[in-house]
Design a protein around this ligand. Structure first.
Ligand code: ADP
Length: 270
């Protein structure tokens, strides 16, 4: 008996397969692209292949993420807020505050002792200060996204960004490069600006330790460090942080199959 979570995000789609003992057997990650339904199906197929099982061995599939209703082969849908909280408190049981920075949104979530969502806020519709802003910064500076973090860590005198709007990032960064500012100081400034915005969001739900950082942006070590400095405390981050929503969804699938009640406040539709 196996359980799957499929997290269809605005930028990437992730899937995770768990066995009955909550062991993670396989994951997948791909760009969501234009065909959201296809992305969900592909992510599921790839995670099943990574787990070395057959699709019909999966007892329950739960869809999450902004495209969760496109996981048409799923048995239920649950919001990514609840799924990230579930996954984070599974990996880091003392999590009380969660920061999830994805491709186009940032969420601050306060979590109860049982992993339930007590409160959450997210950025407004604009993608300012999200993964997209970092992607655009990397592109203007012509450095691979994967190197952004380590580049930012080398900053000696981080620049001060006037705003974190994706529309203006190119011209703002180009004006700093034109003035001869080193790339690492520009990246360091970008990280600092996003960190301060993220911490302001966290303050709105109340910051209680331990704080866990999830979403694709948690893979950026420069962002991790900048947020830790702005917060004055360390963050829980795992190699699986980008998959936290998919893992949480798979955990919900397992609990539902075991007949456990899904936490209050979780949107479930079958
Ligand atoms: P979604 O909102 O689609 O769920 P994710 O949580 O997967 O998005 O986050 C996507 C973002 O994560 C990208 O926009 C990018 O900024 C960041 N990201 C992904 N992989 C890496 C990496 N290896 N290094 C740094 N940042 C990354």
């Amino acid at each position: 008996m196996y359980y799957a979570g499929v997290d269809v995000g605005s930028t990437t789609t992730k899937a995770a397969i768990l066995d009955v003992n909550r062991a993670l057997l396989g994951t997948s990650l791909l760009a969501t692209g234009a065909d959201v339904t296809l992305a969900g199906q592909r992510a599921f197929d790839r995670a099943v292949a990574a787990a070395e099982i057959e699709p019909h061995d999966v007892t329950m599939i739960i869809g999450t993420g902004y495209g969760r209703y496109k996981v048409t082969f799923g048995h239920a849908q649950i919001t990514e807020i609840s799924c990230h909280a579930k996954g984070a408190s599974f990996l880091f049981p003392n999590t009380r505050t969660l920061l999830d920075i994805g491709g186009q949104d940032t969420k601050a979530i306060r979590i109860g002792v049982g992993g339930e969502v007590l409160e959450f806020v997210m950025n407004d519709k604009c993608a300012a200060g999200t993964g997209r802003f970092l992607d655009a910064s990397a592109q203007v500076l012509d450095i691979p996204l994967e190197d952004l973090g380590t580049t930012g860590l080398r900053a000696r005198a981080p620049i001060k960004l006037s705003n974190v709007c994706t529309v203006f990032v190119e011209s703002e960064i180009l004006s700093h490069t034109a003035r001869g500012r080193p790339t690492e100081d520009i990246v360091g400034g970008v990280h600092k600006a996003i960190a301060s915005r993220s911490v302001a969001l966290l303050r709105r739900v109340g910051i209680e330790e331990e704080v866990t950082f999830t979403g694709g942006v948690s893979r950026n070590v420069g962002m991790q460090r900048a947020i830790e400095e702005a917060l004055g405390t360390s963050l829980n981050v795992s190699e699986l942080s980008q998959h936290m929503g998919a893992i949480g969804a798979a955990l919900f699938a397992l609990e539902r199959s075991e007949g456990k009640h899904v936490s209050p406040g979780v949107q479930v539709s079958t």
